[in-house]
Design a protein around this ligand. Sequence first.
Ligand SMILES: NC(=O)c1ccc[n+]([C@@H]2O[C@H](COP(=O)([O-])OP(=O)(O)OC[C@H]3O[C@@H](n4cnc5c(N)ncnc54)[C@H](OP(=O)(O)O)[C@@H]3O)[C@@H](O)[C@H]2O)c1
Length: 224
Amino acid sequence: MDTMHILIIGASRGLGLEFVAQYRAAGAAVTATARDDAGLLRIQALGAKALRLDVADAVSASGLAWPIDGEVFDTVIVNAGVYGPRTSGLQTPSQSDFDAVMHTNVLGPMRVLPQLVESLAPGARVAVISSRMGAIGQRGSSSGWLYRASKAALNSVLKDVSLVLAGQAVCVALHPGWVRTDMGGAGADLAVPDAVADMRRTLAALTAADNGGFFNHDGQALAW
Ligand SMILES: NC(=O)c1ccc[n+]([C@@H]2O[C@H](COP(=O)([O-])OP(=O)(O)OC[C@H]3O[C@@H](n4cnc5c(N)ncnc54)[C@H](OP(=O)(O)O)[C@@H]3O)[C@@H](O)[C@H]2O)c1
């Protein structure tokens, strides 16, 4: 069997780094990005190719196309994300918090995904790591409303990507679960290896009919 080639955007730690570890352990060739030397070294230590990339920086993010020129990816995972202010009510975000969250979680994927179109294998899987917190139809809390708004916008971005790439790739938004990373905190439900193993299984099981869908880590379809 041909070696699978995987690209992970935002892989310095947490879910992104675990995707690198698990895909490498499964024998895949992995290219992954980080924005500082420590993150790049952690990626390289797992035997993956490391690229420096800050999705919130226009110059850095627009430079992705040339180092991946000629590469063909079977799976692309856009994982980079920030939570921003941990609000519980309707506290208006500062301009800088708004920009940091929206630039990372929404503008970042809008910068990165168009550069990947030429580098996808036929039938490639393209996933953005979204969150159930972005789902409007299921919402029962307003906590972290800036983060929620950013993931709702990310879901919209994914849907448009899926329309453009229909027939070429299967594009989905994934909810990783509530996971014990720096973002999820120590009290979260799921261990990082379990959440990533679930998402890898879900990605592997996707069919063309799943293009444009929103899925829980365990493969269950989620309402927007
Ligand atoms: N953990 C959860 O419970 C949970 C639940 C739902 C969704 N998610 C989503 O899952 C994804 C991964 O989260 P996580 O829990 O692994 O969080 P994490 O441990 O805080 O890691 C976040 C990752 O995103 C990277 N990142 C942040 N800003 C970036 C930028 N401007 N450019 C490139 N990379 C950037 C970080 O890199 P640095 O090391 O350079 O900061 C880090 O690798 C996020 O999109 C998050 O919203 C997580």
